[in-house]
Design a protein around this ligand. Structure first.
Ligand code: CDP
Ligand code: CDP
Length: 215
Protein backbone atom coordinates (compact mmCIF):
# COMPACT_ATOMS: atom_id res chain seq x y z
CA UNK A 1 0.00 0.00 0.00
CA UNK A 2 1.23 3.43 -0.92
CA UNK A 3 2.32 5.67 1.96
CA UNK A 4 2.07 9.35 2.55
CA UNK A 5 -1.62 10.11 2.57
CA UNK A 6 -3.79 11.79 5.18
CA UNK A 7 -7.01 10.30 6.54
CA UNK A 8 -9.43 12.51 8.46
CA UNK A 9 -11.94 10.68 10.68
CA UNK A 10 -14.72 12.70 12.28
CA UNK A 11 -17.93 11.83 14.05
CA UNK A 12 -19.96 12.13 17.25
CA UNK A 13 -19.17 10.52 20.61
CA UNK A 14 -19.07 6.71 20.64
CA UNK A 15 -19.63 6.43 16.90
CA UNK A 16 -16.55 4.20 16.69
CA UNK A 17 -14.26 6.79 15.11
CA UNK A 18 -11.39 6.11 17.53
CA UNK A 19 -11.51 2.36 17.01
CA UNK A 20 -11.68 2.84 13.25
CA UNK A 21 -8.91 5.46 13.14
CA UNK A 22 -6.55 3.20 15.13
CA UNK A 23 -7.29 0.25 12.87
CA UNK A 24 -6.75 2.35 9.74
CA UNK A 25 -3.43 3.60 11.09
CA UNK A 26 -2.31 0.03 11.71
CA UNK A 27 -3.51 -1.24 8.35
CA UNK A 28 -2.01 1.55 6.25
CA UNK A 29 1.02 1.93 8.54
CA UNK A 30 0.39 5.59 9.36
CA UNK A 31 0.89 7.52 12.62
CA UNK A 32 -2.35 8.27 14.47
CA UNK A 33 -3.51 11.16 16.60
CA UNK A 34 -6.65 11.02 18.75
CA UNK A 35 -7.33 14.77 18.89
CA UNK A 36 -10.00 14.37 21.58
CA UNK A 37 -7.14 13.52 23.95
CA UNK A 38 -5.73 17.04 23.56
CA UNK A 39 -9.00 18.56 24.79
CA UNK A 40 -9.16 15.93 27.52
CA UNK A 41 -5.59 16.73 28.60
CA UNK A 42 -6.45 20.43 28.93
CA UNK A 43 -9.54 19.46 30.92
CA UNK A 44 -7.60 17.15 33.22
CA UNK A 45 -4.98 19.80 33.92
CA UNK A 46 -7.66 22.36 34.73
CA UNK A 47 -9.43 19.87 36.95
CA UNK A 48 -6.24 19.07 38.90
CA UNK A 49 -5.54 22.77 39.34
CA UNK A 50 -9.07 23.34 40.55
CA UNK A 51 -9.54 25.87 37.73
CA UNK A 52 -12.97 27.05 36.61
CA UNK A 53 -14.00 25.53 33.24
CA UNK A 54 -16.50 28.35 32.80
CA UNK A 55 -13.69 30.88 32.56
CA UNK A 56 -12.13 30.81 29.09
CA UNK A 57 -8.89 32.42 30.25
CA UNK A 58 -8.26 29.69 32.82
CA UNK A 59 -8.82 26.99 30.23
CA UNK A 60 -6.45 28.77 27.87
CA UNK A 61 -3.74 28.85 30.51
CA UNK A 62 -4.05 25.08 30.84
CA UNK A 63 -3.04 24.78 27.15
CA UNK A 64 0.51 26.02 27.89
CA UNK A 65 3.18 23.31 27.83
CA UNK A 66 0.58 20.64 27.39
CA UNK A 67 2.13 17.26 28.04
CA UNK A 68 0.15 14.17 29.00
CA UNK A 69 0.25 10.42 29.28
CA UNK A 70 -2.22 8.95 26.75
CA UNK A 71 -2.56 5.89 29.00
CA UNK A 72 -3.80 7.96 31.95
CA UNK A 73 -7.24 6.54 32.79
CA UNK A 74 -8.28 9.84 34.33
CA UNK A 75 -8.32 11.37 30.84
CA UNK A 76 -11.38 9.22 30.17
CA UNK A 77 -13.21 9.87 33.44
CA UNK A 78 -16.66 11.43 33.53
CA UNK A 79 -15.70 14.78 35.11
CA UNK A 80 -12.88 15.21 32.62
CA UNK A 81 -15.23 14.35 29.70
CA UNK A 82 -17.65 17.00 30.87
CA UNK A 83 -14.96 19.65 31.26
CA UNK A 84 -13.46 18.70 27.86
CA UNK A 85 -16.82 19.21 26.22
CA UNK A 86 -17.08 22.66 27.83
CA UNK A 87 -13.58 23.96 27.15
CA UNK A 88 -13.55 22.67 23.54
CA UNK A 89 -16.13 25.37 22.74
CA UNK A 90 -13.66 28.19 23.47
CA UNK A 91 -12.13 29.68 20.30
CA UNK A 92 -8.88 30.54 22.12
CA UNK A 93 -8.47 26.95 23.32
CA UNK A 94 -9.12 25.53 19.84
CA UNK A 95 -6.62 28.01 18.45
CA UNK A 96 -3.97 27.03 20.98
CA UNK A 97 -4.29 23.36 19.97
CA UNK A 98 -4.53 23.97 16.22
CA UNK A 99 -0.89 24.04 15.13
CA UNK A 100 0.01 20.84 16.93
CA UNK A 101 -2.70 19.01 15.01
CA UNK A 102 -1.87 20.67 11.68
CA UNK A 103 1.80 19.75 12.11
CA UNK A 104 0.87 16.16 12.83
CA UNK A 105 -1.32 16.04 9.71
CA UNK A 106 1.44 17.60 7.59
CA UNK A 107 4.21 15.14 8.48
CA UNK A 108 5.93 13.57 5.53
CA UNK A 109 4.75 10.00 5.90
CA UNK A 110 1.08 10.91 6.13
CA UNK A 111 -1.22 10.48 9.12
CA UNK A 112 -4.61 9.49 10.50
CA UNK A 113 -6.37 11.95 12.82
CA UNK A 114 -9.73 11.53 14.48
CA UNK A 115 -11.92 14.15 16.12
CA UNK A 116 -14.73 16.53 15.25
CA UNK A 117 -13.18 19.06 12.88
CA UNK A 118 -10.38 17.19 11.14
CA UNK A 119 -11.90 17.18 7.65
CA UNK A 120 -13.29 20.70 8.00
CA UNK A 121 -10.64 22.70 9.88
CA UNK A 122 -7.48 20.76 10.73
CA UNK A 123 -6.86 18.95 7.43
CA UNK A 124 -9.33 20.28 4.85
CA UNK A 125 -7.11 18.85 2.10
CA UNK A 126 -7.01 15.33 3.55
CA UNK A 127 -6.88 12.60 0.90
CA UNK A 128 -9.74 10.71 2.53
CA UNK A 129 -12.41 12.01 4.89
CA UNK A 130 -14.56 9.58 6.79
CA UNK A 131 -17.59 10.71 8.71
CA UNK A 132 -18.35 7.92 11.17
CA UNK A 133 -21.77 7.95 12.73
CA UNK A 134 -24.36 5.77 14.49
CA UNK A 135 -27.77 6.39 16.03
CA UNK A 136 -27.78 8.03 19.47
CA UNK A 137 -29.42 4.89 20.91
CA UNK A 138 -26.68 2.59 19.66
CA UNK A 139 -23.98 4.99 20.86
CA UNK A 140 -25.59 5.16 24.30
CA UNK A 141 -25.65 1.34 24.48
CA UNK A 142 -21.93 1.26 23.64
CA UNK A 143 -21.14 3.81 26.34
CA UNK A 144 -23.13 1.87 28.93
CA UNK A 145 -21.24 -1.30 28.00
CA UNK A 146 -17.92 0.56 28.31
CA UNK A 147 -18.88 1.90 31.74
CA UNK A 148 -19.92 -1.54 32.96
CA UNK A 149 -16.68 -3.04 31.65
CA UNK A 150 -14.79 -0.52 33.77
CA UNK A 151 -16.88 -1.41 36.78
CA UNK A 152 -18.76 1.89 36.77
CA UNK A 153 -22.51 2.21 36.90
CA UNK A 154 -24.15 3.25 33.64
CA UNK A 155 -27.86 3.97 33.31
CA UNK A 156 -29.01 3.82 29.72
CA UNK A 157 -31.51 6.69 29.93
CA UNK A 158 -28.99 9.03 31.58
CA UNK A 159 -26.26 8.13 29.14
CA UNK A 160 -28.61 8.67 26.20
CA UNK A 161 -29.56 12.12 27.48
CA UNK A 162 -25.88 12.94 27.92
CA UNK A 163 -25.03 11.76 24.39
CA UNK A 164 -27.82 13.92 22.96
CA UNK A 165 -26.71 16.96 24.96
CA UNK A 166 -23.13 16.43 23.79
CA UNK A 167 -24.22 16.10 20.15
CA UNK A 168 -26.04 19.40 20.42
CA UNK A 169 -23.06 21.14 22.00
CA UNK A 170 -20.67 19.71 19.40
CA UNK A 171 -22.88 20.64 16.46
CA UNK A 172 -24.14 23.93 17.87
CA UNK A 173 -20.94 25.70 18.87
CA UNK A 174 -20.03 28.63 16.62
CA UNK A 175 -16.36 27.64 16.25
CA UNK A 176 -15.44 24.42 14.44
CA UNK A 177 -18.77 22.67 15.02
CA UNK A 178 -19.15 18.99 14.24
CA UNK A 179 -20.10 19.02 10.57
CA UNK A 180 -19.90 16.52 7.82
CA UNK A 181 -17.42 17.82 5.25
CA UNK A 182 -19.15 17.86 1.84
CA UNK A 183 -16.44 15.62 0.40
CA UNK A 184 -16.55 13.05 3.23
CA UNK A 185 -17.59 9.42 2.97
CA UNK A 186 -20.24 8.51 5.50
CA UNK A 187 -19.84 5.30 7.47
CA UNK A 188 -22.88 4.49 9.61
CA UNK A 189 -21.87 1.86 12.16
CA UNK A 190 -25.32 1.50 13.80
CA UNK A 191 -25.75 -2.03 12.45
CA UNK A 192 -22.08 -2.96 12.18
CA UNK A 193 -19.90 -4.81 14.65
CA UNK A 194 -16.38 -3.61 15.33
CA UNK A 195 -14.70 -5.88 12.79
CA UNK A 196 -17.31 -5.06 10.14
CA UNK A 197 -16.87 -1.33 10.73
CA UNK A 198 -13.10 -1.64 10.38
CA UNK A 199 -13.34 -3.74 7.22
CA UNK A 200 -15.72 -1.24 5.64
CA UNK A 201 -13.48 1.69 6.58
CA UNK A 202 -10.42 -0.02 5.06
CA UNK A 203 -12.41 -0.74 1.90
CA UNK A 204 -13.61 2.88 1.60
CA UNK A 205 -10.14 4.32 2.19
CA UNK A 206 -8.49 1.84 -0.19
CA UNK A 207 -10.97 2.72 -2.89
CA UNK A 208 -10.53 6.47 -2.42
CA UNK A 209 -6.75 6.34 -2.20
CA UNK A 210 -6.62 4.15 -5.28
CA UNK A 211 -8.67 6.75 -7.10
CA UNK A 212 -6.78 9.78 -5.90
CA UNK A 213 -3.24 8.46 -5.79
CA UNK A 214 -2.93 5.95 -8.62
CA UNK A 215 0.19 3.80 -8.54
O1 CDP B 1 -13.96 7.37 19.38
P1 CDP B 1 -15.42 7.25 19.60
O2 CDP B 1 -15.91 7.88 20.86
O3 CDP B 1 -16.24 7.70 18.41
O4 CDP B 1 -15.77 5.71 19.72
P2 CDP B 1 -14.87 4.44 20.11
O5 CDP B 1 -14.20 4.70 21.40
O6 CDP B 1 -14.07 4.00 18.96
O7 CDP B 1 -16.01 3.37 20.32
C1 CDP B 1 -16.94 3.48 21.38
C2 CDP B 1 -17.31 2.07 21.86
O8 CDP B 1 -18.10 1.42 20.88
C3 CDP B 1 -16.08 1.18 22.07
O9 CDP B 1 -16.31 0.41 23.24
C4 CDP B 1 -16.07 0.31 20.84
O10 CDP B 1 -15.49 -0.92 21.10
C5 CDP B 1 -17.55 0.17 20.53
N1 CDP B 1 -17.86 -0.07 19.11
C6 CDP B 1 -18.82 -1.02 18.79
O11 CDP B 1 -19.36 -1.67 19.68
N2 CDP B 1 -19.16 -1.26 17.49
C7 CDP B 1 -18.59 -0.57 16.49
N3 CDP B 1 -18.97 -0.80 15.25
C8 CDP B 1 -17.64 0.43 16.80
C9 CDP B 1 -17.29 0.66 18.13
O1 CDP C 1 -15.56 10.26 22.10
P1 CDP C 1 -15.93 11.39 22.97
O2 CDP C 1 -16.83 12.38 22.34
O3 CDP C 1 -16.43 10.98 24.31
O4 CDP C 1 -14.64 12.23 23.32
P2 CDP C 1 -13.39 12.71 22.49
O5 CDP C 1 -13.48 12.43 21.05
O6 CDP C 1 -12.22 12.21 23.24
O7 CDP C 1 -13.46 14.28 22.65
C1 CDP C 1 -13.43 14.91 23.92
C2 CDP C 1 -14.07 16.29 23.77
O8 CDP C 1 -13.28 17.10 22.92
C3 CDP C 1 -15.47 16.24 23.18
O9 CDP C 1 -16.35 16.99 23.98
C4 CDP C 1 -15.35 16.90 21.82
O10 CDP C 1 -16.41 17.76 21.55
C5 CDP C 1 -14.04 17.68 21.89
N1 CDP C 1 -13.29 17.60 20.63
C6 CDP C 1 -13.33 18.67 19.79
O11 CDP C 1 -13.98 19.67 20.08
N2 CDP C 1 -12.62 18.65 18.63
C7 CDP C 1 -11.89 17.58 18.29
N3 CDP C 1 -11.20 17.58 17.15
C8 CDP C 1 -11.86 16.45 19.15
C9 CDP C 1 -12.59 16.49 20.31
Amino acid sequence: VRKGFVIAVDGPAASGKGTIARALAKHFDLPHMDTGLLYRAVALKLWRWGGDPNVEFEALRACDDLGFDPGDEELRSEPVSRIASKISSYPSVRDALLQRQRDFAAQEGGAVLDGRDIGTVIAPNADVKLFVTASAEVRAQRRVRELLERGMPGHYEDVLLDIRARDERDAGRPVAPLRQAPDSLVLDTSDLGIQESIAEAIRLVGEQVGLKLPG
